[in-house]
Design a protein around this ligand. Structure first.
Ligand code: KIV
Length: 274
């Protein structure tokens, strides 16, 4: 059942900031296609991220590195068509934003124009990333930052592991978060960060933090939809809770269908035309 009424208003960056000010938690999920985006939007998510996790979840790559701008635009358009209320953010894929601020601007502009999304997300928060975020914000493109485990840098980080555990890593994360806020980002995803550090960063920023594997004391939570509903069945990290078992249900559906086709009970008269 949809929670959207006839006067549904779209969530904006201002709403997201006000959520933080009021202490209301932001509900975010990923989506990659029209059908699931509609379910996520109508079920009341505030933010939908067309994540470059599409590369792993939908295309079966081992990392997000092979994902292209064209992939993001294709999936972004499908999601955007479905969504009436949630704030839609599209990930900028690997090397679509790291080269020069001009190229970043051109690529983000394409994503915004061709998908109709409200914002882009990009990974990282060092001085170089700051220049790119500033260029986008100056051009009127809202930017969501992403710190902690930044999957596009998985080979530098040496795997998908918790970040900011040592003093040096924690200091870097604090500095990067402050830099992103100063550059004009409207929020920051904190991925795989110790809960205490995420809470501290959340307290220090005026913009909202959205956690994934970052504990409860952040301004919102995001999960990859397919992980959260049990479709990505082999993925069982500590930070994940499954709120449905759609993978198991789907297997049962397909097995039952195959049996019914084989024994001739499908289609029955009710599914046939006279
Ligand atoms: O690509 C993605 O799905 C993400 C989320 C995990 C935050 O970046």
């Amino acid at each position: 059942m949809s929670v959207l009424g006839p006067k549904t208003k779209r969530i904006t960056v201002r709403d997201l900031l006000e959520f933080k000010q009021r202490g209301e938690r932001i509900v975010a999920l990923t989506a990659y296609d029209y059908t699931f985006a509609r379910i996520v939007d109508e079920s009341g998510a505030d933010m939908i991220l067309v994540g470059d996790s599409v590369g792993q979840i939908i295309a079966g790559h081992e990392s997000t590195i092979p994902v292209t701008i064209e992939d993001m635009i294709y999936h972004g358009r499908a999601v955007r068509r479905a969504v009436k209320r949630a704030f839609v953010v599209i990930d900028m894929p690997f090397l679509s934003f790291q080269v020069t601020p001009e190229e970043t601007l051109r690529n983000a502009g394409r994503i915004m124009k061709e998908t109709g999304a409200e914002a882009v997300k990009l990974e990282g928060g060092d001085e170089e990333a700051e220049r790119h975020v500033r260029a986008l914000v100056r051009a009127g493109i809202p930017v969501l930052g992403h710190l902690g485990l930044t999957p596009q840098s998985v080979h530098v980080l040496g795997g998908f592991r918790v970040q900011g555990r040592d003093a040096e890593g924690a200091d870097r994360l604090r500095e990067d978060a402050a830099r992103l806020e100063a550059a004009g980002a409207f929020g920051v995803v904190l991925e795989l960060v110790p809960a205490k550090l995420a809470a501290e960063v959340t307290q220090a920023l005026t913009i909202p933090t959205i956690g994934i594997g970052a504990g409860p004391d952040v301004d919102g939570q995001i999960l990859v939809l397919y992980d959260m509903i049990g479709l990505n069945e082999d993925f069982t990290p500590r930070f994940l809770r499954r709120f449905a078992e759609v993978g198991q249900q789907s297997r049962k559906g397909v097995t039952d269908y195959a049996a019914a086709v084989r024994d001739g009970t499908f289609p029955a008269p009710a599914q046939s035309f006279e």
